[in-house]
Design a protein around this ligand. Structure first.
Ligand SMILES: C[S@@+](CC[C@H](N)C(=O)[O-])C[C@H]1O[C@@H](n2cnc3c(N)ncnc32)[C@H](O)[C@@H]1O
Length: 369
C-alpha cells in the first residue's frame, strides 16, 4: 500500500529527464527539496523510510534517479558497455565515447572520466546553451559527440582556460572543469562534477626524452594521479623492466633501489645507475624468498592476465611486498573474467590510464601514513 501511495506521489512534477519508473525499477532514488538533498535511499527500503519519502514528496520534494555519464577510453567503448552490463547498469543513451546510464557505478575501469552529476538541459539557441552552462558552473570541457560545429560555437562563448602541460608529480588542478556535450541540436548533457581533474580525463605531460621507452608515462600518470609513490630509499622490484623506462623513473627520478628483472637486457645507461641491479631472468621463476622483502612490486611483463594473477597471488601470500602496481595486458578479446579476479582482490583498484593501450593498470597500495 505504501508503495502505491509512493507511486501516486511520483506524479508530482519532476525536473529531470527520465520517465518516473516505479520504486521497484529504480535502484537508487534521491529526493530533493528546494534544491537540497532530502533523502537518498535504495529500493526495498524499510517502510518507515518510504513513509518519510512520501512526506517529503508531499512537502514538495522531487525525486531524481541516479544517473552517470562516462567518457570511454579511446577505442574502448565496447569495454565500457560490457562493464556497465556486468555491473547491472542500464544504458540510456550512447554516442561515440559518451555513455549515459542509470543504476550506474561511481566509476568504470575502461572510462577516462565519469560525469557524476549529469543533467539534461533544453536549449533554444547557441547563446542560450552557453548562458545555461555559465549559470551551472565556471569552467567547462566539451566532449564533442554530435553537432560538432554548434557545440564548438557554444564552447567558444564559455570562459576560456589554458590547458598546461603537466609536470611529473605536479599538484592536481585545484579548479576543476565540468564536462558537457551537445547530444542533439537542442539538448545539452552537462555535469559540473566529474571524477578526473583533467579535461576528458586526459593528462598531457611535459615529456622527457631521457628515459629509454615511453612506458615511463604509465608510471608518471599513475603516481601523479594517485599521489602515492615510492620514497627515496624504498626497495622496488621491476618485472618486465626492459628497456628500462619504469626502472629509470624509480631509480633516477624517485631515488629508490631497484631490482630489475627481464629476459631482455636493460639499456646500459639505466643498468649502470648505482641504485639499479638487473638480472636477466624469467619473471615467473623468481620466488618471494629469493630476495629480501620489498616495498613495491611493479610488473609491466607482457603475459596473459591470468598468469599475472597467479604471480600476484604468489607475492601477496608471501606477505613480503607492501605495494603492487601491475599492467594487465590484453591480446585479442578483453578477458573480463580475469579483470573480475583482479577486482576482487581486497583493497585494490583497476583503471585504464589515458596513456594505456589495450591494458588496465591494477594497483594495491597501502594508504600513505
Ligand atoms: C612492455 S615491455 C616493458 C617496458 C618497461 N616497463 C619499460 O618501462 O621500458 C614488456 C617486457 O616484458 C618482458 N617479458 C615478457 N615475458 C617475460 C618473462 N616471462 N619474464 C621477464 N620478462 C618478460 C619483455 O622482454 C619486455 O621487455
Amino acid at each position: 500500500m505504501l508503495r502505491r501511495r509512493f507511486k501516486h506521489n511520483l506524479s508530482k512534477p519532476y525536473p529531470l529527464y527520465l520517465p518516473p519508473p516505479g520504486l521497484e525499477r529504480a535502484d537508487r532514488v534521491r529526493l530533493f527539496y528546494t534544491g537540497r538533498l532530502t533523502l537518498e535511499f535504495w529500493r526495498c527500503q524499510s517502510p518507515p523510510l518510504i513513509t518519510k519519502a512520501i512526506l517529503a514528496l508531499r512537502a514538495g520534494a522531487h525525486w531524481v534517479m541516479e544517473t552517470k555519464a562516462y567518457w570511454a577510453a579511446e577505442n574502448f567503448v565496447d569495454e565500457c558497455l560490457r562493464e556497465l552490463e556486468l555491473k547491472g547498469a542500464k544504458v540510456l543513451w550512447q554516442n561515440e565515447r559518451l555513455i549515459y546510464a542509470s543504476h550506474a557505478p561511481q566509476s568504470l575501469a575502461w572510462a577516462n572520466n565519469t560525469w557524476l552529476t549529469p543533467k539534461k538541459i533544453s536549449i533554444t539557441s547557441i547563446s542560450d546553451g552557453a548562458r545555461q552552462l555559465r549559470e551551472l558552473g565556471g569552467r567547462w570541457t566539451l566532449a564533442s559527440v554530435a553537432h560538432h560545429r554548434r557545440a564548438q560555437l557554444i564552447q567558444e562563448k564559455l570562459p576560456r582556460f589554458k590547458e598546461h602541460e603537466v609536470e611529473f608529480l605536479a599538484p592536481l588542478p585545484k579548479v576543476r572543469a565540468g564536462s558537457w556535450a551537445l547530444i542533439d541540436a537542442d539538448t545539452i548533457l552537462a555535469s559540473p562534477e566529474c571524477t578526473s581533474p583533467f579535461p576528458n580525463g586526459e593528462i598531457h605531460f611535459k615529456e622527457d626524452s631521457a628515459p629509454p621507452s615511453r612506458a615511463y608515462l604509465k608510471l608518471w600518470e599513475f603516481f601523479t594521479l594517485c599521489r602515492q609513490y615510492p620514497k627515496t630509499g624504498d626497495t622496488c622490484l621491476d618485472l618486465g623492466a626492459s628497456p628500462g623506462g619504469w626502472t629509470w623513473v624509480l631509480a633516477k627520478q624517485l631515488g629508490t633501489n631497484v631490482l630489475s628483472v627481464d629476459k631482455a637486457p636493460l639499456e646500459s645507461r639505466v643498468a649502470r645507475l648505482p641504485n639499479v641491479q638487473s638480472i636477466k631472468r624469467d619473471a615467473f621463476s623468481l620466488q618471494p624468498n629469493d630476495i629480501e622483502p620489498i616495498d613495491w612490486l611493479f610488473s609491466d611483463v607482457i603475459c596473459d592476465p591470468n598468469r599475472l594473477y597467479e604471480l600476484v597471488q604468489l607475492w601477496l601470500k608471501s606477505e613480503r611486498v607492501k605495494n603492487f602496481v601491475c599492467t594487465l595486458k590484453f591480446k585479442g578479446a578483453t578477458d573480463f573474467t580475469a579483470i573480475e579476479k583482479f577486482a576482487a582482490i581486497q583493497g585494490s583498484k583497476l583503471q585504464h590510464l589515458s596513456v594505456n593501450k589495450h591494458e588496465l593498470t591494477w594497483w594495491k597500495v597501502s594508504p600513505a601514513k
